[in-house]
Design a protein around this ligand. Structure first.
Ligand code: TYM
Length: 327
């Protein structure tokens, strides 16, 4: 049997370069050789402030971005999390996991600090639901960015605990790493994030939009020279350059930096061109899917059918092992 892969993206709108490099590139790398399920996780999206009126549209945006990026519905099943029994499994798994461990997670503490008036049970429960997402499909590999490592550790702990209490059932899921597992913010501090305005470039941005986002990225005066800094605005521009530009371009700008001759306007122009060159085919493919809503609906219906078989089989097995009636 082929190994299983699972990954999910929250339905919080269109994807950005961080999502693309940290997660989607990994999904693309695995879809040929593994049994893959890729999900729009709408139930995770409602743990932070959101608009119910926009939720369905946001789900669709992620589906379109998945297809635009090249996820192939012939090779992988696409699911909408709330259409499958993720919460059933999450509840069962929550009964074997300590609350104190969830309260200690850095991701929970960050969200609490970001939304002090929106500290809800769903937020605390987030990693348990994420573990259930992965374990529902008995996935071995999870292509996600490095920020998700604490959540994967929870999934492994839950898998181990369940196996030891009720018998061998789940593999321990591992993170599949890409070469862009951490894409920094354009603002110079922290990671590129959908919830931080100005920090990201969206996959649907055109050349002018990419240029204007990059124009706001902080730099230095360019005359310092020496080694490229390890953090801050300049470091982040070079991180992007390494992902999107050719070796020759990287070497040339590195040399100019070291000699104190760098012109950031020039660097940002080349970078904007190289990013747009990579995004343009995705944007063209996205338009094709946007114009065929029935095809997208069929892809989702087929994905749901494939996922139901796997998901309900795991749920029945878990219920049976925990002594709960399956009927
Ligand atoms: P979300 O929507 O916040 O992020 C989706 C994916 O994008 C990655 N990512 C990044 N990678 C590199 N650099 C960045 N700046 C960056 N920003 C985001 C995230 O690591 C993620 O892979 N908890 C998940 C959603 C989820 C999930 C799952 C993932 C729910 N259940 C089960 C895998 C398996 C999340 O934060 O999504």
């Amino acid at each position: 049997m082929k190994k299983r892969v699972y990954s999910g993206v929250r339905a919080t709108g269109r994807l950005h370069l961080g999502n693309y490099y940290g997660a989607i590139k990994g999904m693309l790398a695995l879809q040929d050789d593994y049994d893959c399920v890729f999900s729009v996780v709408d139930l995770h999206a409602i743990t932070t402030p959101y608009s119910p009126k926009l939720l369905q549209r946001n789900i669709r945006e992620v589906v379109l971005d998945f297809l635009a990026a090249g996820l192939d519905p012939e090779k992988c099943a696409l699911e909408i999390q709330s259409q499958l029994p993720h919460t059933d499994l999450a509840y069962l798994l929550s009964t074997i996991y300590p609350v104190s461990r969830l309260e200690d997670l850095p991701t929970y503490k960050e969200k609490k600090a970001q939304y002090p008036k929106y500290v809800n049970m769903g937020l605390l429960y987030y990693p348990v639901l994420m573990a259930a997402d992965i374990l529902l499909y008995k996935a071995d590999l999870v292509p996600v960015g490095i920020d998700q490592e604490p959540h994967l550790e929870v999934a492994r702990e839950i898998a181990r605990k369940f196996n030891s209490m009720f018998g061998e059932t789940f593999p321990e899921p591992k993170r599949f790493k890409t070469n862009g597992e951490y894409i920094p913010s354009l603002l110079g501090k922290g990671k590129m994030s959908k919830t931080v305005e100005g920090s990201y470039i969206s996959l649907v941005d055109d050349f002018n939009e990419i240029s204007s986002h990059l124009a706001k990225a902080p730099t230095d005066t360019g005359v310092e020279g020496g080694e490229i800094p390890l953090e801050g605005g300049v470091a982040n521009l070079f991180t992007l350059l390494k992902l999107f530009s050719s070796e020759v371009t990287i070497v040339a700008f590195t040399k100019e930096y070291q000699e104190g001759k760098i012109k950031y306007v020039e660097l940002k122009k080349v970078l904007a061109e190289d990013i747009y060159k990579e995004l343009k085919p995705l944007q063209e493919r996205r338009r094709e899917f946007e114009n065929q809503p029935d095809l997208v609906d069929t892809i989702l219906a087929n994905g749901r059918e494939k996922c139901e078989k796997m998901a309900f089989s795991t749920l029945s097995e878990v219920k049976d092992k925990m002594g709960i009636s399956v009927l």
